[in-house]
Write a new protein. Structure first.
Length: 273
């Protein structure tokens, strides 16, 4: 009996260690609650290196903040400039913007500041800064065909409505199309972690969703933030830096030579609690 227990214990230890080794293969921990991964896409793009960059953020350790040029009364900034000006660990687009170069395409509020009061037909809503932290999750991506939008607005200080990529649980909501672009997206995994997602190589969103389901990130849902050369991801922590600018977009910027960040009006930034 004792020998069987010892053998089982050893086998469990070996199995657990192999799982950890497998995780380490994909993720680089930069700080407790903050990891990054670079994933080879199982489907190769016709442009670029076909790599997917992920920042994984534990919301109990790091929090998100929404920064809007309209609220802060200054010009649009590149994602790196947003980080440098407001001492952010990292940042990504907050969503597509309208012709005024300020207003989000979907509903957007940040505490008392209203960027866009109009609720459109986009089904994905990211919410953070809960009004009652004991009752509501610190970060959550809602499907508003399942959860009432007004209830979300009443429960969170920061609410961002964007085009849905993936509905819970990891359901691809895009039919196939010819259009493709570089992509910046916001996701959440099955453990509640926040995912900043970036692909310089262009894909149709149908294909990208399937790729995100195939790579080992445990994705549960995602929303589109921006595509093409305006898609941006910047991260700088200690000596580790990520600088990713998009490029290719069908019918707009059909080439892979963009080498700079474009100024954008609204970003989601990462700060340590």
């Amino acid at each position: 009996m004792f020998n069987r227990i010892v053998i089982k214990s050893i086998l469990f230890t070996v199995f657990f260690a192999s799982c950890l080794t497998g995780q380490e293969k994909y993720w680089k921990e930069l700080d407790p609650g903050l990891s990054t991964g670079e994933f080879e896409s199982p489907r190769k793009s016709t442009v670029g290196d076909s790599k997917i960059i992920i920042l994984k953020i534990k919301p109990s350790v790091y929090s998100l903040k929404l920064f809007c040029a309209g609220e802060l009364n200054h010009a649009n900034l590149t994602v790196r400039e947003w980080c440098e000006k407001y001492k952010l660990v990292g940042a990504i687009n907050a969503g597509m913007f309208q012709a005024d170069y300020k207003s989000n395409v979907g509903y957007m509020k940040n505490y008392d500041y209203m960027n866009n009061p109009k609720i459109n037909k986009y089904f994905s809503v990211a919410a953070f800064n809960p009004i009652n932290p004991e009752k509501n999750a610190s970060f959550y991506i809602f499907d508003i065909d399942e959860t009432n939008m007004q209830g979300i607005i009443k429960s969170y200080h920061t609410v961002i409505q964007n085009l849905r990529l993936m509905k819970r649980p990891a359901t691809n909501r895009w039919s196939q199309q010819e259009k493709k672009w570089s992509e910046a997206a916001l996701g959440q995994d099955k453990n509640g972690n926040i995912l900043f997602i970036f692909s310089r190589s262009p894909y149709s969103m149908h294909d990208l969703n399937n790729i995100l389901k195939q790579i080992p990130i445990g994705i549960d849902c995602a929303q589109h933030l921006e595509g093409g050369p305006e898609a941006s991801l910047y991260f700088c922590y200690n000596d580790f830096t990520i600088e990713k600018a998009g490029s290719y977009e069908t019918d707009f910027f059909e080439r892979d030579d963009n080498d700079r960040f474009w100024p954008i009006p609204n970003v989601i930034g990462i700060v340590k609690r």
